[in-house]
Design a protein around this ligand. Structure first.
Ligand code: ATP
Ligand code: MG
Length: 265
């Protein structure tokens, strides 16, 4: 089992000591080769769960009252930070919604990719550079040599997101976490970027795909989980079957809304 989330609670404590329960009793599994789509309304806990996997939530305010997150059997919640850092980027690749929040504004994109590669791989700088340029090309960035010199703000949102995808996938991670990877993009570009992700992640990796867009799930996911108010209210091993026959009232609502949107467009 690549990923096993067991009885996970994720909470936040603010300065006044008040606690928000972002995720409650979450159980999810992901095998290599699977794409698990997590859907649910804003604030339902999707990001809290997915970010916890690589312990990317700032802690405090985040804390974990209970549960385990087993990556190939090893709990990432209790693993020493040094070990975790080695996993991030290498065994766990992350593609965030907001590229400007995750790329450094101060460094050229090529340098940022090269630095990440050198952090994890025993490689010469020249080889790392070649690898970075190769990936910029793979994610559809025209003229990679030239574009590698750009700073993030010099690229369009779609191009920035492509850089994030290169960053998340270029080291061939076992687990890819994509949190709303296309939400910030134009609808036409969304489809392109999704196709890219589908094509470029290794066939034997597992993908955790967070989205509020059921259309994205139906295109990409091999199984899905619906979250509401911090809880997983329904899981389905067959998205097509889920769309035909959602069980939980909230799932029915979601599918109904998605159908309506489809008819309107
Ligand atoms: N850093 C934080 N500090 C305090 N509360 C937080 C923090 N991050 C998230 N929360 C709270 O945790 C709950 C779950 O939020 P989360 O971001 O996981 O939801 P989400 O499903 O990813 O929503 P969205 O679709 O808007 O991204 C919400 O009530 C949110 O307000
Ligand atoms: Mg979120």
């Amino acid at each position: 089992m690549l990923l096993k989330i067991e009885d996970l609670d994720v909470s936040f404590r603010n300065d006044e000591g008040e606690v928000t329960q972002a995720a409650i009793d979450v159980n999810l599994t992901l095998e290599r080769g699977e794409v698990l789509g997590i859907v649910g309304e804003s604030g339902s806990g999707k990001s809290s769960v997915s970010m916890s996997v690589a312990r990317l939530l700032p802690s405090p305010p985040a804390f974990y009252p209970k549960g385990r997150i087993l990556l190939d059997g090893v709990d990432t919640l209790t693993m020493p930070l040094a070990n975790l850092r080695k996993l991030r980027g290498k065994r766990i690749g992350v593609v965030f919604q907001d590229p400007m929040g995750s790329l450094s504004p101060l460094h050229r994109i090529g340098d940022q990719l090269v630095e990440t590669i050198l952090l994890h791989e025993q490689m010469s700088k020249a080889a790392a550079r070649a690898h970075a340029l190769e990936w910029l090309g793979k994610v559809g960035i025209p003229d990679p040599e030239q574009r590698a010199l750009a700073y993030p703000h010099e690229l369009s949102g779609g191009m920035q997101q492509r850089v994030m995808i290169a960053m998340g996938l270029m080291l061939g991670p076992d687990l890819v976490i994509a949190d709303e990877p296309t939400t910030a993009l134009d609808v036409t570009i969304q489809a392109q970027v999704l196709r890219l992700m589908k094509r470029l992640h290794q066939a034997n990796s597992g993908v955790l795909l967070i989205t509020h867009d059921l259309g994205v799930v139906s295109q990409m996911a091999t199984k899905l989980a619906v979250m509401k108010n911090g809880r997983v209210v329904e899981t389905a091993d067959d998205p097509a079957e889920f769309f035909e026959n959602p069980k939980h009232p909230y799932s029915k609502e979601l599918v109904g809304e998605a159908r309506k949107m489809e008819l309107e467009t």
